[in-house]
Design a protein. Structure first.
Length: 294
């Protein structure tokens, strides 16, 4: 069912001319969120200790969704810097999401294995999350410098780049020579951003639960709706000015939770409540500020 819906989503968002409408983006975002919540109900009723697992899944899903939203702002910047046209962006996002799911599963299994083999590494993950929280809240928003970016420098060194190509392919031929397109460079930047994102997001969800099934499914459902959510955020980006601070508080909380895990295991329902409050506050304050500016 998930695969079928994913391809329906791909078809709808890829077969429109021009920019995908805000209404369509919001509808599909709602569809994916509904599916994630329905899966949570299935966990509640059909898994052993379903109530606990359902709370863990919901908390993990909210953490990953909120972090993914923050990562989407990076994608918006990548497309703007490279000048990727609106009708080409869904193609890049499609392959970016497919590869992100594969990478996420590898990172999750590796993270859980590391903690099981060497438990003290959990303190490193906790400190990493607190640092990431501080950097997100107080660090400057970094702009992409194409001349200094290591991914772009690598591609420029080993590939011919077709800067004038306007189609929907990652590779092309010109005068008998093989070229990569700007879409391929955008995909590389999206993937590199997701690798960096995994360093924060995977320890954050593992701090909620170490059950591989719950961690993987919460991640997959958080990722699958990102294409539709991207176009909604692109249209509403100015509304969520305080969202990064809400996400930052979540990272800080999860980091502390990891650091004190051997002294006191914070119950998952409390973690879920903290995550919901942080997200709600950041959204409400953002909307209040936007309303004042209108």
């Amino acid at each position: 069912m998930i695969i079928v819906m994913f391809y329906i989503d791909l078809y709808v968002t890829s077969h429109r001319q021009g920019k995908i409408g805000l209404k369509s983006s919001l509808i599909w975002s709602g569809v994916w969120i509904t599916c994630a919540l329905l899966f949570n109900i299935i966990i509640f009723f059909f898994l052993e200790d379903g109530k606990t697992k359902a709370i863990e899944y919901l908390a993990g899903y909210l953490v990953e969704k909120s972090l993914s939203v923050d990562n989407l702002f990076v994608f918006i910047m990548i497309f703007n810097v490279l000048g990727i046209k609106d009708h080409n962006q869904p193609h890049v996002l499609k392959w970016g999401i497919i590869s992100a799911i594969a990478m996420r599963i590898v990172f999750i299994l590796a993270g859980i294995t590391l903690i099981n083999l060497f438990h003290p590494i959990i303190y490193f993950f906790g400190a990493l999350l607190i640092y990431a929280s501080y950097h997100m809240a107080f660090g400057k928003d970094e702009e992409i410098d194409l001349k200094k970016n290591p991914v772009v420098k690598f591609a420029s060194k080993y590939f011919n780049i077709a800067t004038d190509y306007t189609g929907n392919r990652f590779f092309t031929k010109k005068d008998g020579k093989f070229f990569v397109t700007q879409l391929f460079i955008a995909l590389l930047l999206v993937e590199s951003a997701d690798v960096v994102f995994n360093i924060d997001s995977i320890p954050a969800v593992i701090a909620i639960t170490s059950d591989p099934f719950i961690v993987i499914t919460s991640n997959v459902f958080a990722i699958l709706g990102l294409r539709a959510l991207y176009f909604a955020l692109a249209a509403l980006v100015d509304l969520f000015v305080y969202l990064k601070y809400g996400v930052s508080m979540i990272l800080a909380y999860v980091g502390v939770k990891m650091l004190i895990t051997d002294l006191y295991a914070i119950p998952t329902p409390i973690s879920l409540a903290v995550i919901l409050v942080c997200l709600a506050l950041s959204i409400v304050l953002s909307l209040m500020k936007t309303k004042k500016q209108v």
